[in-house]
Design a protein. Sequence first.
Length: 105
Amino acid sequence: MAAKLKKGDRVVVLTGKDKGRSGEIIRVVPKDGRAFVTGINMVKRHQRQTQDTEGGIINKEAAIQLSNLALEDPKDGKPTRVGFKTNDDGKKVRFAKRSGEMIDG
């Protein structure tokens, strides 16, 4: 199945403690159906000191379910669903169903 959300996409959180906030996808884990988004679902982790990194309590992003994310419409910034169609070159591209704008085409 084609990926509806990819690394670098701007997304809006639909549910949970960060509902309504938006960010950019850092990493996608398709096998688990999860993604890491900048500034979303932040957790505190205790990190041991190593030779090259400082120890202490750090804030980092935790994974969030892909079903709780929606692509941000390029036109108005509101959440939208993703559709697929072929462009004039015969290449399969994604488009925002809300406005009809091409996402990566």
